[in-house]
Design a protein around this ligand. Structure first.
Ligand code: DGL
Length: 265
């Protein structure tokens, strides 16, 4: 047993889609979430910058005495996880491995067509394609950068006309695919529009659900579950002057007044 919290971070609101799934599946776990709103967006930054800012986020979470860290961000997972795993003596889990594990278990044929939509930095890293092909050798991967979506999500533009047109445009290359990986944690906010646009049997993969399943098994295997019931979550932001609260409250269906604090990093 280990009653310390699980730490998570993202550049902003995106990781809340992961927090939501982890909370649903593991209500007894306390969660400390860091939204690095001061340095949003991550998706357009260089690999070196992403490594440096991820390092700072991890140090902040370690200072809060967490037992493990989830990188609830596709950009930071794809560009910094391998480096930072070696630097810290704490389990660090990103969004790619749990999702690829699920893909491996669920593919119906070796030549499945799998779409990946993510930030420019994530697509440039090639990590999704590499990791999926390690497990499903003949999978056909269709990559698409969607640099506008995370910014729109931070603005709360997730169901207006602009969102509709933008999703329509980004979905053009995903006709007739079997699975679509939402490779940025901001994108589940557009899931309804994406579903409407694809209008077929494409399976849309929200990485948060796969991370939550992975963590559930992991903490059980490692015997580090929290043995108390219904623990809370706490949110730290590096900049408080933004739309975060409003969107997070909608997503989590919760009043966040007492749960958000400024993080000095
Ligand atoms: N939510 C993030 C991701 O999964 C970051 C988006 C951004 O800051 O550009 O990639």
């Amino acid at each position: 047993m280990d009653n310390r919290a699980i730490g998570m971070f993202d550049s902003g609101i995106g990781g809340i889609t992961v927090l939501k799934e982890v909370k649903n599946l593991l209500p007894n776990e306390e969660i400390i979430y860091l939204g690095d709103t001061k340095r949003f967006p991550y998706g357009s930054k260089s690999k070196d910058t992403i490594i440096e800012i991820s390092r700072q986020c991890i140090k902040f979470l370690i200072s809060k005495n967490v037992k493990l860290i989830i990188i609830a961000c596709g950009t930071a997972t794809s560009q910094s996880l391998e480096t930072l795993k070696e630097e810290f003596n704490i389990p660090i889990i990103g969004i790619i491995e749990p999702t690829v594990r699920y893909i491996k278990e669920s593919v119906k044929n070796e030549r499945e067509r799998i779409g990946v939509i993510a930030t420019s930095g994530t697509i440039r890293s090639g990590q999704w394609e590499k990791k999926i092909k390690e497990e499903v050798k003949n999978a056909q991967i269709i990559n698409e950068e969607a640099p506008l979506l995370a910014t729109m999500a931070e603005q709360g533009w997730i169901s207006n006309k602009v969102a509709e047109y933008t999703i329509k445009e980004y979905m053009k290359c995903f006709k007739n695919i079997d699975k679509l990986v939402l490779g940025c944690t901001h994108y589940p906010l557009f899931e309804e529009l994406i579903r409407e646009e694809l209008k077929n049997n494409t399976e849309i993969i929200n990485t948060g659900t796969k991370v939550a399943e992975f963590i559930k098994k992991y903490i059980k295997d490692m015997n580090i579950q929290n043995d108390e019931s219904n623990k809370e979550y706490k949110i730290y932001l590096t900049d408080l002057d933004n739309n975060f609260n409003e969107i997070a409250e909608r997503l989590l269906d919760d009043n966040l007044k007492t749960k958000i604090e400024k993080a000095e990093i």
